[in-house]
Design a protein around this ligand. Structure first.
Ligand code: G6Q
Length: 549
């Protein structure tokens, strides 16, 4: 492929940008009563309204042309069919096979992987039903009431966002905890509130070598043995999810307590695999399968909807528009739903680990911006914190707003007030407030003319701030599955446009190597001169403070 910036559609977008960059969305709405119909699309009950974006018919047409010119559809089909599109790790990318509810064959090296996926799903069902039904108990006969997932990154954030978001579906009396940080505080604070006899530990690690997970797992094991005085019981209370069965065996996990997945599942794309075990334990296997079905429905939409109606492609191309033409450095996600409070953290990993790259698929440095900084919070909380910058700051921040029409916890009129805030914010960000409108308000408040003149500039809102509104009926497992798959595919499409490999993570691997050398230095308890002046002095100051292990 020629360099992205040399493509005809890119150049056309560049020329078009100069014409549209100062156009006001409020004028576009005034000129076109059919703007919503034109710039919205739906998949099941999930509605995407993208009409509050700085686009007109021509912009949208050109963005769709760009998607076609970079062969988004061809790359999509390559991914689904199991081609080795992860070119730096020599692997296919097949998280979509994990939720392939149609069961049509998917081949890796000539082998249909569906039978082994179904085998592990059946194993998860059997195990989780026995635990939840009280047939599989702790060594002393206690019901299992607490699940502790020990994992980090992709082996933590995915199951965590699902468990947190799906609390209304959790089995009564079942608690789930996530321990990831190497900071001993994380594990310690969780262990304070559980009893070993009713606790099940899931050691979740694709590689089973990640230092944080292995150390936390060893510490948990030690705590278990010390508190129960029963080493033999470890095998009943520890299970593993991994692609590395031999390392799990060495840890002392029984074969029947190992849940397998495969190297063609990327860590941050793995919640649909056995990494979802805590989800199935907490919510039940039926709910886990509904989650898979929702994701599969989004997969089908992504594979079959024309580009102009294709939700992941549209979100991706709008992101490109702001990232590469308006130089927007970040993208915000505002979920007007308390259950989705961990969504920004999950999306940060998904997006920034996938598209935080500078080298293209030909091994050359790119000369355009790639993945944005992803951040966000729940609404309405965020309105009382950083929305000021969205409304009147100097930085462009395109944002996605998500909201369910129905609350899982109706309470007086609280949900309709939440909805009113959602509508009001996206409208205000688009519409702004002109000088005339602000003046009229100040005058109506009876302020003297000289005060009005002084205050007026502060009361003007430029508006023209783009948002996507994503609305659905209610946050069900199926909806959540579809939403997470929507973002996975959005990220994939952007990676295709930027001509990068969205599926490796050498920066993460680098981090895994970095600490070990310094850790040996710390263990010596001697002052060091081995590193740069800053690092030496920081380490030596830590020695002076008599750091703890
Ligand atoms: C995800 C990354 C990374 C990974 C963790 C945990 O895509 O590769 O976040 O998930 O580093 O790795 P393990 O599952 O191998 O412990």
């Amino acid at each position: 492929m020629p360099n992205l910036t040399e493509l005809a559609s890119w150049k056309a977008l560049q020329a078009h940008f100069d014409q549209i960059k100062d156009v006001r969305m409020r004028d576009l709405f005034a000129q076109d009563q059919g703007r919503f119909n034109k710039f919205s699309t739906q998949m099941d009950d999930i509605l995407l309204d993208f009409s509050k974006n700085r686009i007109n018919d021509e912009t949208f047409g050109l963005l769709c042309d760009l998607a076609r010119e970079v062969d988004v559809e061809v790359w999509r089909d390559r991914m689904f069919s199991g081609e080795q599109i992860n070119i730096s790790e020599f692997r296919p990318v097949l998280h979509t096979a994990l939720r392939n509810r149609s069961n049509t064959p998917v081949y890796v090296d000539g082998e249909d992987v569906m039978p082994k996926i179904n085998r592990v799903l059946a194993q998860i069902r059997y195990f989780t039903e026995r635990v939840r039904g009280g047939h599989l108990r702790g060594y002393s006969g206690h019901l299992i009431t607490d699940i502790i997932n020990i994992g980090i990154g992709g082996s933590d954030l995915g199951p965590q966002v699902v468990c947190d978001s799906m609390k209304p579906f959790a089995q009564r009396g079942m608690n789930v905890h996530f321990v990831s940080n190497i900071d001993p505080t994380h594990l310690t604070e969780v262990l304070k509130f559980v009893v070993p006899e009713s606790t099940l530990f899931i050691v979740s690690s694709k590689t089973f070598t990640t230092q944080e997970t292995m150390m936390n797992a060893q510490s948990a094991r030690k705590w278990f043995v010390e508190t129960t005085g029963n080493e033999k019981a470890v095998s009943r209370h520890f299970v593993a999810v991994t692609t590395n069965k031999s390392a799990a065996s060495e840890f002392g996990i029984l074969d029947e307590n190992m849940f397998e997945f495969w190297d063609w599942v990327g860590g941050r794309y793995s919640l649909w695999s056995a990494i979802g075990l805590p989800i199935a334990l907490y919510l039940g296997m039926d709910r886990f399968e509904e989650l898979l079905e929702g994701a599969h429905a989004m997969d089908m939409h992504f594979r079959s909807a024309p580009i102009e109606k294709n939700m992941p492609v549209i979100l991706a191309m709008l992101g490109i528009w702001y990232n590469n033409f308006f130089d927007a450095q970040s993208h915000a996600v505002m979920a007007y739903n308390q259950y989705l409070r961990r969504l920004p953290a999950y999306l940060q990993q998904l997006d920034m680990e996938s598209n935080g790259k500078t080298i293209n698929r030909q091994g050359k440095r790119v000369d355009y911006l790639t993945g944005p900084v992803i951040w966000g919070e729940t609404g309405s909380n965020a309105q009382h914190a950083f929305f000021q910058l969205l409304h009147q700051g100097t930085k462009p921040v395109p944002a996605d707003f998500l909201v369910p029409a129905r609350s899982k916890n109706p309470l007086g009129e609280q949900h309709s007030v939440l909805l009113a805030n959602f509508f009001a914010q996206t409208r205000a960000l688009m519409n702004g407030k002109t000088e005339d409108e602000a003046r009229a308000e100040l005058e109506a408040a009876g302020l003297p003319e000289d005060v009005v003149d002084d205050v007026l500039p502060h009361k003007v809102f430029e508006g023209n701030k783009p948002t996507n509104s994503i609305m659905f009926e209610s946050l069900e497992p199926r909806t959540l599955g579809a939403l997470l798959a929507l973002y996975e595919h959005k990220v994939f499409v952007q990676g295709v446009v930027w001509d990068i490999n969205s599926f490796d993570q050498w920066g993460v691997e680098y981090g895994k190597q970095l600490a070990s050398d310094i850790q040996q230095e710390l263990a010596s308890r001697e002052n060091t001169t081995r590193y740069d002046d800053s690092t030496n002095n920081l380490i030596n100051y830590c020695m002076l403070l008599k750091f703890s292990d």
